[in-house]
Design a protein around this ligand. Sequence first.
Ligand code: A3P
Length: 332
Amino acid sequence: MGEVDGLATYEALASSLPTCRGLGRAPYRIYGNFMYPAHLMASTLAMRDAFVARPTDVVLATMPKSGTTWLKALVFAVARRNHHAPDDARHPLLCFSPHDLVPFLHTLYESHRRPDPPSSRLEEEEMPPPRILAVHAPFSLLQASSVAESRCRIVYLCRDPKDVLVSFWHYIHKAAPPSSGAACSPPFPDAFELFCDGVSPFGPVWDHMAEYWKESVARPEEVMFLRYEHLKKDTVGSVKQLAEFLGCPFTVDEVARGVPEAVVALCSMDRMRSVKANRDGEHGVGWTFKNSAFFRKGEVGDWKELMTPEMARRIDAIVEEKLRGSGLSMIP
Ligand code: A3P
């Protein structure tokens, strides 16, 4: 992996970009057609320029609150099952947060905040192939990095934007310890209006989805497009598809022994929530977030708690209008 030649350059570039109000207290930077949480802008740009992808890498891409933590756990359990049997009581997922096992790429470039050099966590000893990494960045940003060129596999997980917004709104209330100064959500109706205007971390949400969708249609062997709702409905089937896509399909013997079901059980909300690191740990550098906030309800349609049917219709109409012509629809 390439080292960043002075994060200061990226800090300077980031601070020269226009800002807009975010969904939380923190502002967003506008770069290209997307908006990024301001504190992640420099490291995201550094990652784009310095990360050297390998064809064997697996990159998980999501909008925040689309089920990233679940996807990280599932892919880790599937791809590493020959090293760690999913029914092993000492499985890494029972000791560490999925966010520690599958780091966000940009966090590795927050070198000014980290004691270890950016490259050290991506070395073979730390992360044997396939390296499993995550991004919230839009595909157009990855396109300008070595990820697209390497032809490594990308798994994109999307979710009903209404549930994404509600999940995010709860998250910024719950996640940040008061000392972090990171959070504080506006009242839900204000957050709703902002979201309808396209404001969300790494948003607009419709452009984020449409870019990865387009790529998955063009390169289905390299880019897999998943939906949270489908993952919930048929988790075992989705896990089998994931294994095939990753080039490590379950064998007949594994299926007979119930290994796909064991992966699903290991990564279930209840099991994950019971892990000490997920209950008590914190995540992030600089601004830290409670790991427990990544596990809330995990339901489809929880938007009904905060949105009226009219609000739902409005957001659905905006999303469908924005997605028109892309071939993607978020209406079930
Ligand atoms: P809710 O807030 O709707 O409950 P992310 O990981 O991208 O931050 O997304 C968090 C959302 O995924 C939360 O949704 C969370 O409850 C849900 N989630 C986390 N772990 C899950 C799991 N094992 N199964 C299903 N949903 C999960």
